[in-house]
Write a protein that binds this ligand. Structure first.
Ligand code: NAG
Ligand code: NAG
Ligand code: NAG
Ligand code: NAG
Length: 402
């Protein structure tokens, strides 16, 4: 979505469609626990080189034996909007790749080892529908080992909690479009797609749920691609995607930085979050080609692209860099207080995966004719985010599998 021209995007009707698009959240399945913990857990001995390996630098390499760890049969919770095979996707070679960091191996996600690692813990994803997508991928991977119980859902299915009884592990999603408080302007009863964002006010719908969480994975970005007015206190200090005589367009990166700085500062100052490990999942790129999402843009590729084909001069990369700077800043601050922060830096790897999105193969009942090149198919390359998660948790949280 980094390439959407604002003048197209911000017209009233178009933005309301976009809201549906990002809001879209399918009705979930209900699952009940079926089997518990198996007796023998696996032991993984981390290799020395993995401790200091830069996961960011690497390539997708063919992995012909690597069938996906779950299917739409073995995972009952794949939302229809991401169940690409159910929605007609025929090619499956996009599943046969794995991320190979230059300096080491990135071990495949191991649900047994993971559940053992997080026994008695609570992990929260915080963010938008792409954060939800990541949570759903983890849910599918873990449900191959233990079927979770669906224990909480709010009326809009924005906040959702799953519980793995045999491992006393809780997985939750805390919905926030911007991390900050932002109100949509409503004119004569109609949503406008224009937001008033309060840069100094954190969205307390997620912060109030932080106490008791052991691992938080914070992300967000796609809602920032719209017209916004930015406030500090009562003062309008600028705007985004605007052109007005006496308000400065401060740019989307400015607002995104403020949101992450505010959220991470909040966590650093939160007395009830002392033992929490916070990870920031960096920007997840969209891949519309031959048009934008609303002008027929699509994503029909069936294999990854090479390093030479990605653009590190793009807005996508700028947003990722802002996020990495902010998590580094929080980490330096947190070091003084014994708090742990780290990055799940997936942007570069995912820039190479234009083949991983639903495209036209999604449950587009509200959006006929539009392609989803924002979210990710399940199974699909998004599952690799959990390979990253396991490696980063081991490193940043000092967690050991043995
Ligand atoms: C799984 O995908 C197949 C196509 O590969 C499709 O025919 C089937 O309906 C899907 N099943 C579910 C439960 O989604
Ligand atoms: C709101 O509705 C009133 C009465 O129908 C109309 O006069 C006005 O132009 C509308 N305002 C906008 C911004 O559409
Ligand atoms: C812009 O300037 C005009 C004229 O001084 C003023 O009426 C208007 O309220 C200003 N707009 C904002 C958003 O400050
Ligand atoms: C974009 O257009 C080019 C040239 O018409 C075509 O070769 C390519 O397949 C198109 N890409 C997508 C994703 O449709």
């Amino acid at each position: 979505m980094g390439r959407l021209p604002p003048f197209l995007l911000w017209s009233l009707c178009v933005t309301s469609i976009l809201s549906l698009f990002l809001f879209y959240s399918p009705s979930p399945f209900k699952v009940t626990p079926k089997h518990g913990l198996r007796q023998k857990d696996v032991l993984i001995q981390p290799h020395k080189d993995e401790e200091n390996c830069d996961l960011l630098k690497g390539h997708w390499v063919p992995d012909m034996k690597g069938s996906s760890p779950y299917t739409n049969w073995s995972c009952a919770t794949i939302p229809s909007s991401k169940n690409c095979f159910k929605n007609g996707r025929k090619d499956s070679d996009f599943l046969k790749w794995r991320w190979k960091p230059d300096g080491c191996e990135l071990p495949r996600f191991d649900p047994k080892a993971f559940l053992r690692l997080v026994r008695g813990k609570k992990l929260a994803f915080i963010g938008d529908s792409v954060a939800r997508n990541h949570m759903e991928s983890l849910l599918c991977l873990l449900s191959q080992e233990e079927i979770p119980t669906d224990i909480y859902k709010d009326s809009e299915d924005r906040f959702r909690t799953w519980y793995f009884p045999s491992h006393d592990f809780t997985l939750t999603i805390l919905w926030s479009k911007f991390l900050l408080i932002a109100e949509e302007r409503v004119i004569n009863g109609s949503s406008t797609g224009v937001f008033d964002m309060h840069l100094d006010r954190i969205d307390d719908k997620w912060t109030q749920k932080l106490p008791g969480i052991d691992y938080a994975i914070v992300s967000d970005a796609h809602w920032f691609f719209r017209k916004m007015y930015l406030y500090e206190g009562a003062n309008l200090i600028g705007c985004v995607y605007c052109s007005e005589p006496n308000v400065t367009d401060l740019g989307l990166g400015f607002a995104l930085r403020k949101a992450f700085r505010g959220a991470l500062d909040y966590i650093n100052n939160c007395k009830e979050c002392k033992d929490m490990v916070t990870l920031l999942r960096t920007f997840s790129p969209a891949h519309f080609e031959n048009g934008t999402w609303d002008t027929g843009g699509s994503c029909r590729r069936t294999s990854p692209v090479g390093e030479g084909e990605i653009n590190l001069g793009s807005l996508d990369w700028e947003l990722r860099s802002i996020q990495v700077e902010e998590i580094e800043r929080a980490r330096n601050e947190g070091n003084k207080r014994g708090m742990k922060f780290g990055a799940l830096d997936i942007t570069r790897a995912m820039l190479m995966r234009p083949d991983g999105h639903p495209g036209s193969h999604w449950d587009n009942q509200w959006m006929k004719g539009f392609n989803d090149c924002v979210h990710w198919c399940m199974p699909g390359p998004i599952d690799a985010w959990n390979d990253f998660l396991m490696a980063v948790l081991r490193k940043e949280a000092g967690l050991s599998f043995d």
